[in-house]
Design a protein around this ligand. Structure first.
Ligand SMILES: NC(=O)c1ccc[n+]([C@@H]2O[C@H](COP(=O)([O-])OP(=O)(O)OC[C@H]3O[C@@H](n4cnc5c(N)ncnc54)[C@H](O)[C@@H]3O)[C@@H](O)[C@H]2O)c1
Length: 466
């Protein structure tokens, strides 16, 4: 059952008697039905009544109803209205455009717009590289989705995906001063998406693909990378892979193992799992065994698509077959990006000594983290209510900051690995089993990632020029 959290928070405005016991009665009523009170504000005071805003974290719509009824049933209390604070935050959207220039008079207008702007246009026509110097292109990223795999909600379409893309753009700005803009496409056709992104690319210095379902996302990304001269990065793949590689480097330090000795089981070979496998292979683990809904991935398994075939051929050295539970026996590391509740503490007990368990399925992980902790030396999840949250926010803002600063034309695995090392390094001597990745609010992270990616991108450009 979900627990009350700030993602679902209500404010109940009510009238109550002005007696000394009112505050206690109201807060007790909220607590009795499991609400987590976060604020109590008196907004009006009269001789015979007070008007109070009670703000509480709840777990569901039914829970919000329970709290409202509990308050309304108190003697002398009358609920006037209930507001959902998350919806209030979204009224009118979360982004706006603010010009960087003042338009105070005719003189300003003549330079910002016609006739002056025409000479700037001509300069760019003569030298297209000047677009990065003279337009928003320098600092602007498109957050492109087709709405086909949004959060845990599935294929909800482009309009319903917009609040997520707005949020993503806000994070880009907050953590790395990148101007990102949502581009929600009303098509789920691979060719049309590629054509459309190509057509709108002139405005942008980078493309962040978001919440596009596998396996379509693989082809869209690789074709756009071939055809565009700006970096294209599918965050659900590579953002996750960067943070997982960073977290694993530090988790292995905690248990004093080297990756070359480790057999790693990866559950889920979709967008996230495939990218994690490809990046981890660069670190030369002893072996990786991939498992999906149909069991262990191996070359003889019927019905493999191109992605799974590649993975079957580059992993599973012992050609194991069977289930996730079979794969876990003797494994050093489990990384789950698949589905909830796939195994319990008894399977963790079959893993090698000091096992590492990253159960990242959201919102409900592959194993209850408390169960995993019974035998695992290090446990990470995708959730903010447990230690070691694997959160892409640690990666994507700094990655794009670095790419934009380097004026990079592409992105490659060396840059992803540089980003992973930078995240892992920020932890430094604070490392322990409950602190293998920095907090998402650690202000050192994005600049460190940006610097590392910029250096890797510059090195890359020098190599490709020589
Ligand atoms: N930072 C994070 O914590 C983070 C990042 C990315 C993804 N995730 C989570 O990982 C999960 C997968 O994300 P995705 O974008 O790769 O999804 P996806 O749909 O592209 O892939 C899902 C994969 O899981 C496999 N799968 C489904 N049910 C399974 C089962 N019962 N046993 C084994 N494998 C099973 C599927 O076969 C597929 O390979 C989601 O829950 C997502 O929220 C977490």
């Amino acid at each position: 059952m979900p627990v009350p959290g700030p993602g679902y928070s209500i404010t109940v405005r009510l009238e109550a008697p002005p007696s000394a016991s009112t505050a206690g009665d109201l807060t007790t009523a909220v607590g009795r039905v499991g609400g987590v009170l976060t604020a109590f504000d008196i907004v009006e005071s009269h001789p015979d009544a007070i008007v109070v805003d009670i703000t509480a974290n709840v777990s569901s719509a039914d829970h919000a109803d329970d709290i409202t009824k509990a308050l309304d049933s108190l003697a002398g209390v009358h609920v006037r209205k209930v507001s959902d604070r998350t919806f209030l935050m979204h009224l009118g959207g979360k982004l706006q455009i603010t010009p960087k220039i003042a338009l105070r008079n005719r003189d300003d207008l003549s330079r910002a717009y016609t006739p002056g702007v025409a000479r700037v246009c001509q300069a760019i026509a003569a030298n297209p590289d000047d677009a990065r110097r003279l337009t928003i292109k320098r600092n602007t990223v498109a957050v492109v989705t087709d709405g086909s795999a949004v959060l845990g909600l599935g294929n909800i379409g482009p309009a319903a995906a917009l609040p997520v893309m707005e949020g993503k753009a806000a994070l880009f700005k907050k953590f790395a001063d990148v101007d990102a803009w949502p581009v929600c496409l009303d098509t789920q056709d691979t060719e049309e998406i590629i054509r459309t992104v190509k057509a709108l690319a002139p405005v942008y210095a980078g493309i962040n693909l978001e919440d596009i379902a596998a396996p379509r996302c693989f082809e869209i990304e690789s074709r756009l990378r071939e055809q565009l001269d700006i970096p294209v990065f599918h965050d659900d793949q590579h953002g996750t892979a960067i943070v997982v590689v960073a977290a694993l480097r530090n988790a292995l330090r905690v248990v004093n193992k080297s990756i070359e000795q480790c057999r790693i089981v990866i559950s889920g070979v979709g967008a996230a799992g495939s990218a994690i496998i490809r990046l981890l292979l660069r670190k030369a683990p002893a072996d990786i065994v991939a498992v999906d809904i149909d069991g262990i991935v191996h070359p003889q398994r019927p019905g493999l698509d191109d992605n799974l075939r590649w993975i079957a051929e580059h992993t599973n050295a012992k050609r194991m077959t069977g289930s996730l539970h079979d794969a876990l026996v003797g494994a050093d590391v489990f990384i789950g990006v698949s589905a909830p509740n796939l195994f319990g503490a008894e399977q963790v007990a079959t893993m090698a000594d000091d096992p590492i368990v990253f159960a990242l399925a959201n919102p409900d992980p592959e194993i209850d983290p408390l169960e995993a902790q019974r035998h695992a030396a290090v446990v990470a999840t995708g959730r903010s209510d447990y230690p070691n949250q694997i959160n892409n926010v640690l990666a994507f803002p700094g990655v794009f900051r670095g790419l934009l600063d380097a004026q990079a034309h592409k992105i490659d695995d060396d840059m992803l690995l540089a980003a992973a090392d930078a995240i892992a390094d920020v932890v430094d001597d604070r490392l322990n089993a409950s602190y293998i990745v920095p907090s998402v609010f650690d202000t050192a992270v994005a600049p460190a990632v940006a610097e590392a990616v910029k250096a890797a991108a510059r090195k890359d450009e020098v190599v490709s020029e020589s």
